[in-house]
Design a protein around this ligand. Sequence first.
Ligand code: F0G
Length: 483
Amino acid sequence: MSNVKFYQPEHQVPLEMHKVRVVQKLTLLPVEERLRAIQDAGNNTFLLQNKDIYMDMLTDSGVNGMTDLQVAAMMQADDSYAGSETFNRVKAAVKEVFGTDNVLPAHQGRACENILAEAYVKPGMVTIMNFHFTTTKAHITRLGGEVIEVVNKKGLLPQSDDPFKGDFDLDLLRATIEQYGPEKVAFVRIEAGTNLIGGQPVSLENMLAVADICHDYGVRSVLDASLLQDNVYFMKTREAQCKFMTTKEIYHLLAAKCDIVYFSARKLGFSRGGIITSVNPKFTNEMMEYVPLYEGFLTYGGMEVRSMEAMAQGLYESLDMEYINQGPEFIAYLVKELDDYGVPVIKPAGGLGAHLNCSEFVPKMPHNKYPAAAVGAALYIAGGIRGMERGTVSEQREPDGTERYAELELQRLAVPRRVFTLSQIKYCADRVKWVWDNRNIIGGLKWTYEPSVLRFFFGRMKEIGHWQEDLATKFREDFGDSL
Ligand code: F0G
């Protein structure tokens, strides 16, 4: 795909090396119904119904397009409680991709995190990571552990041309281990494709340095490889030493250096499920007993066999640059469209999706009126597009009940792999531009129901004033009877 040059370079567009063979009908409701739908959903895009959505950009998790070979593989699933051949095929795929022999299955990524936390986190311990992920942090804090983030300062700059904004600050990592003492560090977690700061990659050099530091201090190193395939694409295209390495060499090197690797196969592997793996059986043995307790027997771990077959095939495909470049290149296209128009987006473009920087989108709105959620509601009203709040709503309150304001107020527009056409991506850019031009109409939100754990999943909010009705009216004025 990236090797294909257009005759007129100014018309360069990402070109897929696959074709679509199964499609799903979409609906686009009139703006008045979109207004009602978002209000019925408590301004929480998680609570919208899929039938009311035109472009579902909530997540790239479990919604990626599958290949013909994945679908075919699902037909040969070996359904047995114990000793399933399907699990042997998953193990063979993990071995091929990561070079590891020890494999524990779990029903998805957060289930792996639960097992890791149960095995290693004790009250008063810390875990150090470039940046937290919501479910990771919830499992660690639930068990009395603390999360400490040591991402390099450049990672939190919304606009930058730094190619690896997810990198660790290595000095801070060393200082933090020394401050707490290695025995108090449950593990150091490297999050590839750092989700909450905009899908920003970590360089191979930095990941290896982190693993070396952990080794020197005798602290466990854990790689969250859920977003590793996008990250590997960026290593290959942005990091000199990776240019001539194969994708497989990169995966193998990382798995050899990090003590434990886990991933959500809803992302890595274009399927469903989760895996924990290690070159060293010591680690999988330490975690093994939790698998039957929380997930299921060691040869299925809560996964459905057909998903396991799709995962095995999808893992082989995650080595193929012609598949793994589609997501990042569509995202880069969307980010460029928005950036050229002046819309504040996180730069450089990362993996996972485009991220609107809502602190600049609605600069006068304070954190406690939830700018990222407000922009998300506005975008659904404007285009039937569902994004995800990745700002203060996605944070947890402090133990004393005060709000913890997010470092970055982001509205994430995920680009599931191999799902959207370029015209849909252009439509998305068009509607974001309209919302940007009408940003003065956007007002804040307030809680009507606030759960105490992972509140972004099912909390409900209400507009302050009636800006949402005003936005819908303006849409009608500008677009006439168009949907
Ligand atoms: N780690 C990372 C980096 C993730 O992005 C996710 C999920 C998980 C772990 C948990 O995996 O969903 O299979 O339990 N991210 C999804 C998202 C939910 O939309 O960003 P899971």
